[in-house]
Design a protein around this ligand. Structure first.
Ligand code: 5GP
Length: 179
């Protein structure tokens, strides 16, 4: 895409697909005999969740949550509002949260606490991207796709003002940030 606001390539499409395949294999072997309920965090994780689920060779189930963080578009405050809650009861389930990107880790810390209170048999996190060195709380991530530099990125589900989600790779974003 010829866009002046797109900066350097951060993770290429082939590397993404290869790593997602590896994560799928790892999850398949870790969850044999206890298929996970995948909980995708909308909207950013939708593409990762779609590819990851196809790389897991188990009868997984899906649910989605939508959350919004109070604060600016690019910095979360840790105060999270649930915009769409889960449809499925988590009691006794092996829940795997599928997140797009962990920045401060505050959104995930809130989600983990919220979902843990619903009585799952287990609760783990699979994050596609983790920004190096920015976590204010220990995010305790069982699966991580890539650790990246702390730049603002878009593509493969990640947006700025709802744009760029359909890019098949992840790029630095160098344009203006709204919100
Ligand atoms: P945290 O609570 O870890 O600071 O923020 C996590 C959320 O902020 C992510 O789920 C994502 O929605 C958003 N976010 C953080 N960093 C980026 C980024 O580099 N690009 C985009 N598009 N969203 C981000």
């Amino acid at each position: 895409m010829n866009d002046p606001h797109l900066g350097a390539l951060v993770v290429g499409a082939e590397d993404l697909q290869q790593r997602v395949g590896e994560l799928g294999k790892e999850i398949t072997s870790d969850y044999t005999n206890r298929p996970p309920l995948l909980v995708g965090v909308l909207k950013g994780a939708f593409m990762f969740m779609s590819d990851l689920s196809r790389a897991i060779d188990l009868p997984v189930e899906f649910d989605f949550m939508a959350v919004s963080s109070y604060g600016s578009a690019t910095r979360t405050s840790g105060v999270v509002r649930i915009l769409k809650d889960l449809d499925i009861d988590l009691t006794g389930r092996h829940v795997l949260i599928v997140e797009d990107i962990v920045d401060s880790g505050l959104t995930l810390a809130y989600l983990r606490k919220n979902l843990a209170a619903r009585g799952p048999a287990s609760l783990e996190v699979c994050a596609l991207l983790v920004k190096e060195g920015l976590q204010k709380v220990d995010p305790d991530l069982r699966y991580v796709g890539f650790r990246i530099a702390p730049d603002f990125v878009v593509g493969y589900g990640l947006d700025v003002g709802e744009r760029y989600r359909n890019l098949p790779a992840i790029y630095q974003y160098t344009g203006p940030l709204f919100g």
